[in-house]
Design a protein around this ligand. Structure first.
Ligand code: OXD
Ligand code: MN
Length: 585
């Protein structure tokens, strides 16, 4: 039996990790310190095993293509569990397992799972290392692919080891690839134990444990205890020509244009405006100087490739052409990555499963194919990204894909009304998660798959944070996806979204722009809104408040809110009925 004592100069951590290693029983254990030569070692191992393909060194230096098992290409929410004492604690939106039974079952399942394999131990920091809100974790994985990706998206190595050896509280993640058997796939979270066990998967969102599992699900439970927030939000710093900066964050369900908004380029007529990125996917928020500040826990992007191109997201294109691992994209004869959205499929294309491309087999790149890229390669990173105190947030957005009903933008009357709008967020499902694409589902604050406890308590936590924060961000609902009678998107989106951000900034910084009071909130007056290239008639459609439609929406959302029973905060029901009354007037 493999023993591995002495990895950490701290008895408790050493025993904790050593016990897991013994149970997994690998032939070798390698602790990763975050060094470039370790990344190279992982890559050369994966190249040797045929798990990675080296891409064109001239056009894509230090880039690789990985192909995953076709049964393991997206997050599997049906296998994702919150393990607590009672089902109530996990709530109706999570799958639940009894934490004691689940631990026993899973520890049995993973006994000897690494036999004959090498195991990697990755201590990591999430967030700026100097921030009191940053956290440490340890991922133990048998997958060199996961280890290499993990080295890109978290700060792996000595900074974490130092903090762990000082005895800092941390999260432990155990990942075992096993047989990738979808019937025995578990992505199990134990908030009380600060433990994650992920088995029979190698897909990023399931297996890169620092991301969704730690930075959202486990951290959300920690945040509720400690009085901060963990959100599935992008965040940007927008600077006006006068040099004033505004922090805007936004929650959007997976694959709904969040990365594109985080990387937005102002259109030509926005002379002197600057946008800098703080985060593309996750932020942690905390009270700071009377307001709310945000830090980004992550060190890299794990973004969706299809649809990314020089028009939709030129800044992403500039970031992902070096030092990137692509997963499940197609391959050209030039040995370059390719995905839908980059124009006509070139001759000789190889699809994501390694077959000669044939449209009969579906898209060339998997719709959820990804790039894993160090965030420091982003050309317009906010200098607040490394700041321990993070970035002040002035406005928060909620949005999803809705082809009808939801106006382009409107402002909540107050924090509680904004929390209700977040709780009522519904969006069409996308390829980021296994299941039917395009069905409208409730996805409160875009956190439905990522909240590590009962979402009714999560809403209560939002309300409580609102009470504690004097200088609260204003809350907006937005929707880029409204279609006209002919089924065409009305709003051009992408860079043009800057016009919406401008209206928001002017409102959030003192309400300079006119807005019309409507039952659902403050909607831009057509005179105050710079709608750019669309016609006035189209802009009116985009801003139209369909009262009947909203009453129907309330009826449809009600059973979802009722599913939380008595735990649902009364204040939110109060807001719900106020909204209903305003619509009925
Ligand atoms: C993601 C997701 O990968 O939300 O960011 O699924
Ligand atoms: Mn996400």
């Amino acid at each position: 039996m493999m023993t591995s004592r002495g990895l950490f100069q701290n008895e408790d951590v050493d025993k904790e990790v050593g016990d897991v290693v013994e149970l997994l029983n690998p032939k070798k254990v390698t602790m990763l310190h975050g060094k470039p030569e370790e990344y190279e070692m992982l890559v050369s191992r994966l190249l040797g095993e045929g798990r990675l393909i080296k891409l064109n060194e001239t056009t894509y230096p230090n880039c690789y293509l990985a192909r995953s098992n076709p049964n393991d290409v997206a997050r599997t929410e049906q296998n994702t569990y919150i393990c607590t004492d009672s089902k109530e604690e996990a709530g109706p939106t999570n799958n639940w397992l009894d934490r004691r039974e689940a631990k026993e079952m899973l520890f049995k399942l993973i006994a000897n799972a690494s036999a004959g394999k090498e195991l990697y131990v990755l201590p990591y920091v999430l967030g700026p290392n100097g921030s009191e809100y940053s956290q440490v974790g340890i991922e133990i994985t048998d997958s060199a692919y996961v280890a290499a990706n993990q080295m890109i998206i978290a700060l792996v190595g000595d900074a974490a080891i130092e903090r762990l050896e000082k005895g800092e509280e941390h999260v432990l993640g155990i990942h075992q690839t096993m047989q990738l058997d979808p019937n025995k796939r578990y992505i199990a979270h134990f908030p009380k134990e600060r433990l994650i066990i992920s088995v029979n998967t190698d897909y990023g969102g399931n297996a890169l444990l620092s991301k969704k599992c730690h930075a959202l699900r486990i951290a959300s439970a920690i945040a509720k205890e400690k009085g901060f927030m963990t959100e599935h939000m992008m965040a940007i710093e927008v600077t006006t020509p006068e040099g004033k900066s505004y922090g805007i964050s936004g929650a959007f369900p997976s694959s709904s244009g969040k990365t594109n908004l985080a990387m937005i380029n102002p259109p030509e007529d926005f002379k002197g405006w600057k946008v800098r990125l703080l985060s593309d996917d996750i932020i942690w928020l905390f009270e700071h100087g009377g307001g709310v500040n945000a830090i980004n826990p992550e060190y890299g992007f794990f973004g969706v490739a299809p649809g990314t191109n020089d028009k939709t997201n030129p800044n992403a294109m500039r970031s992902i052409n070096s030092n990137t691992i692509f997963t499940n994209v197609a391959l050209t004869t030039e040995i370059e990555p390719w995905w839908e959205g980059l124009g006509e499929p070139p001759q000789g294309l190889i699809d994501w499963q390694g077959r000669s491309y044939d449209p009969k087999n579906g898209p060339a790149a998997h719709p959820n194919s990804r790039f894993t890229t160090p965030i420091r390669q982003y050309p317009y990173l906010s200098d607040k990204y490394t700041a321990a105190e993070g970035m002040k947030i002035n406005a928060m957005l909620f949005g999803g894909r809705r082809t009808t009903l939801v106006p382009l933008v409107f402002e909540a009357y107050n924090w509680a009304h904004g929390v209700l709008l977040g709780a009522m967020l519904r969006a069409e499902t996308t390829a980021a998660v296994v299941g039917k694409v395009g069905v409208v589902r409730n996805d409160p604050m875009a956190m439905r798959p990522f909240c590590g406890y009962n979402m009714a308590d999560y809403f209560a936590h939002w309300l409580k944070m609102g009470e504690q924060i004097r200088d609260k961000p204003k809350i907006y609902m937005i929707n880029w996806f409204r279609k006209d009678e002919n089924g065409k998107y009305i709003w051009p989106g992408f860079g043009e979204n800057m016009r919406v951000l401008k209206w928001i900034i002017e409102r959030a910084s003192g309400g300079a722009r006119d807005a019309v009071e409507t039952p659902i909130g403050m909607v831009p007056s057509i005179e105050s809104f710079d709608y750019g290239k669309v016609s006035r008639e189209q802009a009116e459609k985009l801003l139209y408040v369909d009262k009947e439609g909203w009453l129907k929406e309330l009826e449809e959302v009600k059973p979802f809110l009722e599913s939380f029973g008595e735990r649902m905060p009364r204040e939110l029901w109060g807001e719900f009925y106020k909204l209903k009354e305003r619509l009925e007037e």
